[in-house]
Design a protein around this ligand. Structure first.
Ligand code: PGA
Length: 254
């Protein structure tokens, strides 16, 4: 997808049951228009994905998986594969800080999932970002480098254009403490320069990079105004259809 389109992803995390999810989509449908310059993506729980995939107009919303396993099939009790999600979702979150920190996913899991997504025609949204203590120790740049190299190992220069990178400082997620636009600008520059180093200028110029971490309707425009930022990954505020539709409207105007 070209960078002239803003990408707005709502990550519902472990919220909304099937009924609530369906009501939410009904009300959001009425609030937003299909815009050629904004792609709206909903990431419900895996459990509600299938029913929403039947409900949503794919021109209006795309769907994303919050998580999936990297093997295509087999004896992996409780897991869902990217192969099973193929055709249902267009995107898949990978390496979200909650997966890394609560469920102990490491770079080797993250990179296997990035590859599984691509193999199944799902665009991986690779989430990277430093913790509060890494930030305090001035390690942000090193963490971004390591997580990019760790997550993108074996990805070719043709594949990299399918990958979306989300800069999500861990200390900003769900805390109400959003990163300052100047910090986001700096981090996104680091990300693009690392992509340039790994894949060349064309890839660095075309890869989509998002910001996520306590974005609210009031703060969305500040990030969308940053040249290098191509969209937002929204947790808490995406659960409120009004707030989310306001953010989408701002992306249209950005
Ligand atoms: P938040 O979550 O907007 O609630 O901080 C962002 C995310 O987890 O992607």
């Amino acid at each position: 997808m070209a960078r002239d389109k803003k990408l707005i992803i709502g990550n519902w995390k472990m919220n909304l049951n099937m009924h609530e999810a369906s009501l939410y989509v009904h009300s959001l449908e009425k609030m937003i228009k299909v815009r050629r310059d904004v792609e709206v993506v909903l990431a419900p729980t895996i459990f509600t994905l299938q029913s929403l995939s039947l409900q949503v107009n794919r021109r209006q919303f795309k769907l994303a998986a919050q998580n999936f396993y990297w093997r295509d099939s087999g004896a992996y009790t409780g897991e869902v594969s990217a192969t099973q999600l193929r055709g249902i979702v267009d995107y898949g979150l990978v390496g979200h800080s909650e997966r890394r920190h609560i469920f102990h996913e490491h770079d080797k899991d993250v990179r296997a999932k990035v590859q599984a997504a691509l193999r199944n025609h799902i665009r991986p949204v690779l989430c990277i970002g430093e913790t509060a203590s890494e930030r305090a120790n001035n390690e942000t740049e090193a963490v971004l480098h390591d997580q990019l190299i760790g997550g993108l190992a074996n990805i070719t220069s043709e594949e990299i254009e399918q990958v979306v990178i989300a800069y999500e400082p861990v200390w900003a997620i769900g805390t109400g403490q959003n990163a300052l636009p100047v910090d986001v600008t700096r981090a996104v520059k680091v990300i693009r320069s690392q992509i340039r180093h790994l894949y060349g200028k064309q890839a660095a110029d075309s890869v989509q990079v998002l910001y996520g971490g306590s974005v609210k309707a009031e703060s969305a425009a500040d990030y969308l105004a940053i040249d290098d930022v191509d969209g937002l990954l929204i947790g808490g505020a995406s659960l409120d259809a009004h707030a989310f539709s306001e953010i989408i409207a701002k992306a249209h105007r950005a």
